[in-house]
Design a protein around this ligand. Structure first.
Ligand SMILES: [Zn+2]
Ligand SMILES: [Zn+2]
Length: 354
């Protein structure tokens, strides 16, 4: 393995720090304490994945001390106002801050049109940083008239802005060396994506004492073994896992997010074995009929889904403004799935490795 290859292999680090920041936990209308829906996942590299962008998200973004100029992916579940109206404000803020870091926006088809209108009227004209829009096409409905929009798009899209439309069922929407993002269509009144972030498997733990015991010289060979690769030494092939120099690779963490949805099989599939499942819980158990009627979940429904999907941690969010105290919703969910927390604005949650 040459140096270049080695460098490529050295990209996975141990004990990567991963943290969630809840920026808004309210459904439909904000309350005194609760902003509209949004939360961020910050990776060890500093990269941010922002899930939904409810109104005024930029203010919470700042309060959470998240950086405005760092590589970011924004994932929009659907085009209802309480999940998207903060997006333009955030982009405007990026513009004012003279952002240079790349930005990726992923959402259901139509999100480019939404941004296009802001481009014309609100001053998003000077996007200087690389922006990639990925629109996911809903399979069951006719989409917007692309031909009519084309002229506008050509004007809108510049060398800094790239747009892709992808056909999609339950496939990867985006993959890189550190993680993959899957999306799944949920059951709501408009096309709504649930997102599943899957971290790539992590290198096993390296035991330097064991390496020295086997008389393997420090340096390049250690690096190769840390990546779980066999080495050649004195004509012998050494498998670092078999020789207990390195533990087996550790499975990466999974964060699943379901925004607005009714109970559906996709909800379980989305959350299957997730390390953390962030799930809407618009209603309390007493109002479960309303939840069914409006294609939302109650606390109990979210907890039942978490249990069936065998997740480790459930975090409830997207609470109706009718509830002053969301402690009741947390208690209801805990009766079914003990490892539940109700999110609050500016709550953080560290996602540890096993
Ligand atoms: Zn909503
Ligand atoms: Zn909605």
């Amino acid at each position: 393995m040459n140096l270049k290859e080695l460098k490529k292999y050295k990209t996975r680090r141990l004990n990567l720090y991963m943290q969630l920041f809840f920026l808004g936990v309210s459904a439909a209308t904000p309350t005194q304490d609760r902003n509209l829906s949004s939360f961020a996942l910050r990776l060890d590299s500093g990269e941010i994945l922002l899930f939904d962008a409810g109104e005024d998200v930029q203010r919470r973004f700042e309060a959470a001390k998240l950086k405005f100029n760092t590589p970011t992916t924004i994932l929009i579940s659907h085009l209802h106002g309480d999940h998207i109206l903060g997006l333009a404000g955030l982009l405007f803020r990026f513009h004012l801050n003279e952002r240079t870091a790349p930005l990726r926006i992923i959402g259901p088809y139509g999100i480019a049109s939404f941004l296009l209108s802001h481009y014309h009227f609100v001053g998003l004209k000077a996007i200087k940083y690389p922006l990639t829009l990925i629109e996911v096409q809903y399979p069951k409905i006719d989409t917007l008239p692309d031909q009519m929009m084309l002229t506008h798009y050509n004007y809108f899209l510049s060398e800094n802005i790239h747009r892709h439309v992808i056909q999609h069922s339950f496939n990867d929407i985006f993959v890189n060396k550190d993680y993959r993002i899957k999306g799944m269509w949920m059951d709501h009144s408009v096309p709504t994506l649930g997102f599943r972030f899957e971290e790539a498997d992590l290198d096993g733990k390296f035991d330097p004492d064991r390496a020295l015991e086997l008389k393997i010289p420090k340096g390049r060979l250690w690096g190769i073994m840390q990546d779980g690769q066999n080495i050649e030494l004195n004509g012998l092939t050494i498998d670092p896992v078999k020789e207990r120099v390195v533990t087996e690779k550790r499975p990466g963490r999974i964060i699943a997010y379901s925004a607005d949805t009714a109970v559906c099989p996709e909800l379980i599939e989305l959350a299957k074995n997730a390390t953390v499942f962030v799930c809407e819980s618009t209603y309390a158990y007493l109002d479960e009929d309303l939840a069914k009627e409006k294609l939302h979940l109650s606390s109990k429904m979210a907890a039942e889904a978490a249990k069936e999907a065998n997740v480790k941690q459930l975090i409830l969010t997207h609470f109706s403004s009718r509830y002053k105290n969301i402690g009741t919703l947390e208690e209801e969910a805990k009766e079914i799935f003990q490892n539940t927390r109700a999110a609050k604005d500016l709550m953080t949650f560290e996602i540890k490795l096993d």
